[in-house]
Write a protein that binds this ligand. Sequence first.
Ligand code: TRP
Length: 376
Amino acid sequence: MTTATHEPVPVPPSGSDAPDVSASLATARRRSAGLEAEIARDPSRFRVLTGDRPTGALHLGHLLATLDNRVRLQDAGVDVVIVLADYQVIADRDETGDLPAVVREVVLDYLAAGIDPARSTIFVHSAVPALHQLMLPFLSLVTVAELERNPTVKAEAADAVRRQRRGMSGLLFTYPVHQAADILACHGNLVPVGQDQLPHLEVTRTVARRFNQRYAAAQPYFAEPEALLTGSPTVLGDDGAKMSKSRGNALELRASEDATATFFRRARSDARRQITYEPEARPEIANLLRIGAHFAGTTPEALAESVGDAGAGRLKEVVTEAVVEGLRPLRARRRSLAADGDAVVRDALARGNARANALADGVLADVRELMGMTYG
Ligand code: TRP
């Protein structure tokens, strides 16, 4: 899922061919602030492409890291396109699970969170063939060495080996190029990313630039999409590691109130009674404070202050209450959408797939023409 299922990416050692990560991060932050101002001025200039791998229902990490932000951009008037990357589910696993069932759960999560299928586009990878055909010319524009250097691919490959004891598949290796096809197939020009996804976007920008140089020198065809850094901190699961479906440490959005209380009761904390917001020294407490503050509409510092010396048990009660209250409307909407059967999900996908096909067919036709590959 957009970063959420991934392990934190280690910063590559600085060397001759390692990009200067902190400098590019600072640049991306500055640029993102500028982009936010441009969005406020003229949202119609932007098309966001973002997505998730359908590996399970969405969890709290998704909501705070990406989903709320997508809804915000949609409501600001940005054209938001969301890909359910079913073809990427097989990049690092043999078992896909029941994909239609998982896709349904994820779409219900989107709609319940406020994604409006009349304004935003939700589509499934495999339903849009032209997108994947773009992979072929795009693959010719990058070298194996460049892909090998991609820190996100390295981290995911290591994760695949650790979890499933398998080597990196060719699909996982070329994942960033597939993502370039996702983005460029709809002329996406804005991609909300956590900082661990910045290298992926660099590949898309490289593909766009090289395609233009090679085939559209007179008039650039693809815009180089820009990263919109989300800046939201990582949400931790109940074991203190990054919340992810595959770790089994996640609180699903659709979970019951009881399950929500159990999740927070089990969540790691520390033994100090005085609650303070110290992200470095007390990461688990800080995580609880951030989650609670998010839903209570306050700051982690103020929440810490209000719990004071009542201890982690009290903090967990306060956070549980805030989350249960905060998620109540989403969960109610989700229940009523689910009770309507499959029609609402099917309609959203039919609409989304049709629009994504229209966009991708158009781009593929243009690309073939620019490459001189039209016959008769
Ligand atoms: N990379 C995302 C994930 O790991 C899913 C995804 C696929 C995506 N294509 C994308 C995100 C394009 C942003 C842009 O689940």
